[in-house]
Design a protein around this ligand. Structure first.
Ligand SMILES: *[C@@H]1O[C@H](CO)[C@@H](O)[C@H](O)[C@H]1NC(C)=O
Ligand SMILES: *[C@@H]1O[C@H](CO)[C@@H](O)[C@H](O)[C@H]1NC(C)=O
Ligand SMILES: *[C@@H]1O[C@H](CO)[C@@H](O)[C@H](O)[C@H]1NC(C)=O
Ligand SMILES: *[C@@H]1O[C@H](CO)[C@@H](O)[C@H](O)[C@H]1NC(C)=O
Length: 542
């Protein structure tokens, strides 16, 4: 079965294609026929195979990287060949490989077996992959080698080391040792990881006697991530080697990147992906609540986050059914073709994430169709008195000092509440314009189409903030009272830096004020009370 997530990192496609001519000049030689390919497989114990095609526009962009790889291979002893196939000429290769619709493809072929490299971004990753297929586990033979093996370079945050300690040096096909070696090969795309093996009985005994923190038992695995304690799997208790390594190797909630994607693919569980703005001041808060939920569900689901402001990631986010610019947002990345987004603009809290996950587990989520964002004429007409502010204008209109700004963040995409708020908010905008206080501005911003500024928290829409004229740093004052015109207006009056006083009945135009008092006078005392409570100045808890 081919496992397919909507979010994958395979293959890496360079953005901004400017290159249409295929250029397959890099390599040792081109394959000219199927027989030629078979002969090559016999002759070369291990080689690199780059598959491209005339019709593949991304293929020539990868050639400069190949050129560097080729150069690096030249320096190896024994030299490893870089063989090329043009798939538009030699279709037979399709028989050997799945998923040939996505080119370019890069394989290491060892003893006739294909190992696909999944991240074409960096030369050193390709070379390290080749290295790992060539020698999946490195043998540790002294205490110094052990120390060097576990030493983390400062800049490598993807650092991961696994050491297999096998006192019983059993070489049979189904032994833990063989299983361990197979796991090492299957995780070769896990960039930053290295797997080692320690079988020297004398050394194992010595280290154990010394109280080494790595060699704590005779047959076990030791795993170390950067800045974390060593984890141990005692093989006498459990032999789920691959499962243990993949699970222990990823954190409860990690950023999903090309570096660890391979591991999540091996784990092959549904993932809940949260998209965040990496620069937003609230991002840690969201990772924290996601982590809290993840702790309770970590058995059957993996929890990851991604930077939703990255253009490449935005495209992937869309495939999961998240079409607006609203961040954070979340969706499941599953192994079948269901599209399961969390409704965009709905509040994201610890309990709402928990509910979303439970709904997923209990099969209560229905797969969605991906719809495009379309202009919403009904909404536009209802908000016609509220000027729009865009991301580009945000600093100038909202964050520059000297103007008190009331801002509504809403979504024009499938968000009933944004529509329902329109009559009230639009009235607020209209009245402030008519009352003409020079330092007060009322704006709206459509989060379906606009990225929100990094200082602004939107865990749901619609949301209303006041940005006081001389306090433009977060947190901003949020309006949380009823969706009614008078309290919204008095809220502005209360929190602005440049003070003014609203008239009584600020929401009414001058010609409505007289009739208001007249009509009110004709009501029963209780009704008068109620009408006053809705309209007249009082101590709202704003
Ligand atoms: C494409 O090529 C043109 C002309 O050489 C150049 O001006 C432009 O910046 C290139 N675009 C990209 C995306 O590389
Ligand atoms: C093809 O690649 C070679 C070597 O990298 C380079 O010199 C040449 O200009 C490329 N040709 C085209 C058409 O891109
Ligand atoms: C492979 O074929 C292409 C086009 O047919 C040619 O330009 C290129 O030099 C060849 N590469 C090698 C390594 O022989
Ligand atoms: C095994 O370890 C011992 C003790 O450290 C060492 O003296 C010996 O050379 C090692 N054996 C091999 C084959 O490397």
């Amino acid at each position: 079965m081919v496992i397919l997530y909507f979010i994958t990192f395979l293959p890496f496609v360079l953005a901004g294609s400017n290159c249409t001519l295929p250029n397959f000049s890099v390599g040792d030689f081109n394959i000219t026929s199927e027989q030629h390919f078979k002969d090559t497989m016999k002759q070369e114990e291990i080689f690199l195979l780059g598959i491209s095609a005339k019709w593949c526009t991304h293929c020539c962009q990868i050639e400069p990287i190949y050129a560097e790889v080729f150069e690096a291979l030249e320096k190896l002893t024994p030299k490893i060949k870089f063989v090329r196939i043009d798939m538009s000429k030699h279709n037979f290769i399709k028989k050997h490989i799945p998923g040939t619709d996505q080119l370019p493809l890069l394989y290491v072929i060892k003893k006739g077996k294909f190992y696909r490299h999944e991240d074409l971004m960096k030369v050193e990753n390709i070379v390290s992959f080749l290295d790992k297929i060539y020698m999946p586990v490195s043998t540790i033979n002294s205490e110094d080698e052990l120390e060097a093996f576990f030493e983390a370079p400062r800049e490598n945050k993807n650092f991961l080391r696994v050491l297999g300690i096998f006192y019983e040096n059993d070489d049979s096909e189904d032994s833990p040792l063989k299983e361990y070696e197979k796991t090492a090969i299957s995780l070769a795309n896990w960039i930053g990881s290295k797997m080692g093996i320690l079988t020297n009985k004398t050394l194992i005994k010595e280290l154990k006697a010394k109280g080494s923190d790595v060699v704590r038992c005779y047959n076990c695995l030791a795993l170390k991530k950067k800045d974390a304690n060593i984890k141990i799997l005692d093989l006498e208790i459990s032999q789920n080697i691959k499962e243990w390594i993949t699970t222990a190797g990823v954190g409860i909630v990690e950023e999903l990147t090309g570096y660890n994607f391979q591991v999540y693919k091996e784990i092959a569980l549904p993932m809940l992906v949260m998209f965040l703005d990496k620069h937003n001041v609230n991002q840690d808060y969201y990772i924290n609540i996601l982590t809290k939920v993840a702790r309770d569900f970590d058995e059957g689901i993996k929890f990851v986050w991604m930077d939703g402001t990255d253009p490449m990631i935005k495209q992937r986010k869309k495939k999961l059914g998240l079409v607006t610019e609203i961040l954070p947002s979340m969706a499941f990345n599953v192994l079948d073709d269901r599209i399961l987004p969390y409704k965009e603009g709905q509040p994201i809290t610890e309990s709402s994430i928990r509910l979303f996950v439970s709904d997923f587990i209990e099969n209560r989520l229905a797969s969605k169709n991906i719809a495009d964002i379309r202009p919403n004429p009904e909404l536009e007409s209802k908000y016609s008195d509220t000027p729009i502010v865009t991301m580009d204008e945000f600093e100038e209109k909202v964050l520059s000092e000297g103007t008190d700004v009331l801002l509504l963040l809403y979504s024009s995409y499938q968000n009933e509440d944004s529509l329902n708020l329109a009559p009230y908010f639009n009235k607020v905008a209209k009245r402030f314009k008519e009352l003409n206080y020079p330092h007060v501005k009322v704006y709206r911003m459509d989060t379906a189409t606009q990225t929100v500024h990094k200082n602004v928290k939107i865990d749901h829409v619609p949301i209303i903030y006041l940005f006081p004229a001389y306090h433009k740093n977060p947190p901003y004052v949020q309006y949380t009272n009823e969706a009614k015109v008078p309290p919204m207006m008095f809220f502005v009056e209360k929190y602005v830096d440049i003070k003014f006083q609203l008239p009584e009945l600020p929401h009414l135009s001058p010609d409505q004020i007289g009739p208001y008092w007249e009509q009110k006078a004709q009501l029963s005392p209780e009704k008068q009370e109620r009408v006053a409570a809705h309209n007249e100045r009082r101590n709202w808890d704003l």
